[in-house]
Write a protein that binds this ligand. Structure first.
Ligand SMILES: *Cc1c(COP(=O)(O)O)cnc(C)c1O
Length: 369
């Protein structure tokens, strides 16, 4: 029996439920022109410069990539005014989350996670046999006070998803300062800032300052969201030297592939594309907010490129009906809010298609919003 030889903890892991791919929906329903507003990818696509850079590098793929990501780290360091040695690059920030768990967690250790938040924290913790302590959000936002109270002498890591996926809310500098001040300095704090480039709140903390102060923090950023490279899998972590060395001990030697490094470098150089994407997101957000207000739909104001909103109907039903109209969204039930959905802000055309479809679906389902 496989169950007798496999590690016991793996049977305790819930499988990740990804956003449904466009091709799958088109195949299953026999429809065309499906749009995906489910996984927070950049609706404006990758930087054309990243695409061109990859094309120009195709001949090089018989060689192993630079295992140290020298040029990419150098560029990130310049952009953020930090040292390359304070950076680790991963096959998506998902990989860095796993490296953190592998480097720091032993069976029986505790990790503190907000609920609902990004499911990868629980996943990487459980693989290592850690106990996950969940702290409910307050007003859809991390309750850092309660998270601080949840820390025990067994706690190794606290995960702060900022802005939080799926709610789009952010904790402020004042809240984080207070939280860190009261925290046992042995505890590692992971700030997952996958949506950093979208944030507009002026109270948002600049967490690289905590790294500069040599606190026990790791800041995670990614090329999967505003940089439009989700398919290439590149993310990075920033921390003090001894944390980075610990992570490097458990990292595979060639963890970031050659084309991914090339694409990320070109994407970093194309800040115009980043600005255009940010602007497009802002316009999309404004349009959607206005529509929600007209229709009396309540939503959580977002600091990211996705919105958590109350549909007043079973989100699984909404998902199915929206899919028939060719719009893929995310249900709220997996986040403990069965009458909510999460949508990625799209292009204007996608946003209009979404509002028209949702209006039809909510009428059909007799939603009371
Ligand atoms: C999308 C996302 C990531 C990014 O993961 P990658 O592995 O870099 O694609 C990380 N954290 C959160 C909260 C996310 O939503």
């Amino acid at each position: 029996m496989i169950e007798d030889i496999a590690r016991k903890v793996i049977f305790d892991i819930k499988p990740y439920i990804p956003g449904k791919p466009i091709e799958e929906v088109e195949r299953e329903l026999g429809i065309k022109d499906v749009i995906k507003m489910a996984s927070n990818e950049n609706p404006f696509g990758p930087s054309p410069r990243a695409v061109e850079a990859m094309r120009a590098s195709l001949q090089k793929i018989s060689m192993y990539p630079d295992g140290n990501c020298f040029y990419l780290k150098d560029m990130i360091a310049n952009l953020l005014c930090i040292e390359p040695d304070n950076i680790i690059v991963g096959n998506g920030s998902d990989e860095i989350l796993k490296l953190i768990a592998e480097a720091f967690l032993e069976p029986g250790d505790e990790i503190v996670i907000a609920q609902p938040s990004f499911s990868e924290y629980e996943f990487v913790g459980k693989i290592m046999g850690a106990r996950c302590v969940f702290v409910p959000l307050k007003d859809f936002t991390h309750d850092l006070e309660a998270m601080g109270r949840a820390v025990t002498e067994k706690t190794k890591i606290v995960f702060v998803c900022n802005p939080n996926n799926p709610t789009g809310t952010a904790v402020t500098k004042v809240e984080v300062d207070e939280f860190l001040k009261n925290l046992d300095p042995r505890v590692l704090v992971v700030f997952d800032e996958a949506y950093y480039e979208y944030v507009e709140d002026e109270e948002y903390p600049q967490t690289l300052e905590y790294v500069a102060e040599e606190q026990n923090v790791i800041v995670l950023r990614t090329f999967s969201k505003i940089y439009g490279l989700a398919g290439q899998r590149v993310g990075y972590g920033i921390a003090k030297l001894n944390i980075i060395s610990a992570l490097n001990r458990v990292r595979e030697p060639f963890n970031v592939n050659l084309l991914a490094q090339v694409a990320a470098r070109a994407a970093l150089e194309d800040q115009e594309h980043v600005e255009k994407s940010r602007q497009g997101n802002r316009e999309g957000k404004d349009y959607l907010y206005q529509w929600f207000e007209e229709k009396g739909i309540s939503y959580v104001p977002t600091q990211a490129n996705f919105i958590f909103l109350k549909v007043g109907a079973d989100s699984q039903e909404v998902f199915k009906e929206m899919m028939k109209l060719g719009v893929i969204i995310r249900t709220g039930d997996i986040f403990g809010h069965p009458d909510f959905i999460r949508i990625t802000v799209g292009t204007m055309e996608e946003n209009r298609r979404f509002t028209e479809s949702l209006e039809k679906v909510l009428k059909e389902l007799g939603s009371k919003i």
